[in-house]
Design a protein around this ligand. Structure first.
Ligand code: UT7
Length: 321
């Protein structure tokens, strides 16, 4: 039996933090009090002009590769989860492969599952490794959501930020991914979407993120609790054997409600949303990397990684780190 284990993690946030007060100073009709009390967000990072998802992915990947103690050339599979790719094509994963100087003609592709993207990408990578077809995967969540925000819509523009997180996942004789579960229900797509596209040299439709915040909130709390229970059941474990919960970092109230619903103590729930806002597919690997590097998450511990987002999509991966 071939298993897949996380060999190293890395993350990257561009530039200096932009605080809630900085947004007020930029003319957005909001306040630090409103944003922090409703969401827990205190700052976000915004990629400077000319910096794209592949640039953020490259920095996070270099850190993950260094932490894994391998060489970029050892990677034979790259999966980038992003909804804000550099281009329509080539994929951000193919661009990343070239940036990292990988010439082994391994596979590289993007997955698009919005804020659940990292859970989807990790699940796909695990299946490639378990099948024996690939040995070492770079799994990345990288986003430049600031590019799809309507800065005149205070209900959304204050919530999101840019960043990237990455892991190296490699073949092992010890289980690392204990269970995973992915779901989607496309009938909910209108409550969180960017309903535009490019055709005939023009933007067709609306190229900005639109969200019914309250509908998303209710949906998120329900499915994050359900899917966490699902992976714990699938692994034959009970919730009190879980060391850490890393939910998608969108809103501290969603994070806290999920932990409460699952009966997981608040001090076992990793929350980084205050520092970088909602970075969509990057949020889970950013939080994972932070908690690994600050020593909270240790080898052998069981961690639930779970996401929910546009589509609607949701999913969870239970790992033994
Ligand atoms: O990755 C998954 C994606 N997203 C999420 O998970 C987000 C889920 N939803 C949420 O986090 C929350 O619903 C929000 C943070 C988006 C909104 O919080 P809420 O408590 O549901 O507020 P609301 O939408 O009911 O808005 C309340 C008020 C409104 O004013 P009135 O109509 O009551 O006078 C808004 O106009 O807050 C106003 N408002 C703001 N005020 C100051 C909306 N945005 C802002 C703002 N600053 N940025």
């Amino acid at each position: 039996m071939i298993y897949a284990r996380i060999a190293g993690t890395g993350s990257y946030l561009p530039g200096e933090p932009v605080t809630n007060d900085d947004l007020v100073a930029r003319g957005i009709e909001t306040s630090d009090e409103w944003i922090s009390s409703r969401t827990g967000i205190r700052a976000r990072h915004l990629a400077p002009e000319g910096v794209s998802a592949s640039d953020l992915a490259e920095q996070a990947s270099l850190r993950a590769i260094e932490a894994a103690g391998c060489e970029a050339g050892d990677i034979d599979l790259i999966i980038v989860a992003t909804s804000t790719p550099d281009f329509i094509f080539p994929s951000t994963a193919a661009l990343l492969q070239s940036r990292l100087g990988i010439r082994n003609e391994g596979a590289a592709f993007d997955v698009q599952a919005v804020c659940s993207g990292f859970a989807y990408a990790l699940t796909v990578a695990e299946k490639f490794i378990a099948s024996g077809s690939h040995k070492r995967a770079l799994v990345v969540g990288a986003e430049t959501f600031s590019r799809i925000l309507d800065w005149n819509d205070r209900g959304t523009c204050v919530l999101f930020g840019d960043g990237a997180g990455a892991i190296v996942l490699e073949a092992s004789d010890r289980p690392g991914v204990l269970a995973s579960a992915l779901h989607a229900d496309g009938s909910h797509s209108p409550i969180l979407c960017v309903p535009g596209t490019v055709a005939a040299g023009q933007v067709l439709g609306d190229p900005f993120l639109r969200m019914d915040g309250q509908a998303v909130f209710k949906f998120a709390v329900k499915v994050l609790a359900d899917v966490a229970n699902e992976v714990v059941d699938r692994a034959g474990l009970s919730m009190d054997e879980i060391d850490w919960l890393i939910p998608h970092q969108a809103n501290i109230r969603i994070i806290n409600s999920t932990g409460k619903k699952l009966g997981i103590d608040a001090d076992k729930v990793i929350a980084t949303v205050s520092m970088h806002g909602n970075t969509s597919a990057a949020s889970i690997p950013l939080a994972l990397d932070l908690a690994v590097r600050d020593g909270r998450i240790k080898r052998g511990q069981k961690v639930i990684l779970e996401g929910v987002g546009g589509g609607f999509t949701w999913g969870a991966v239970l790992i033994e780190y």
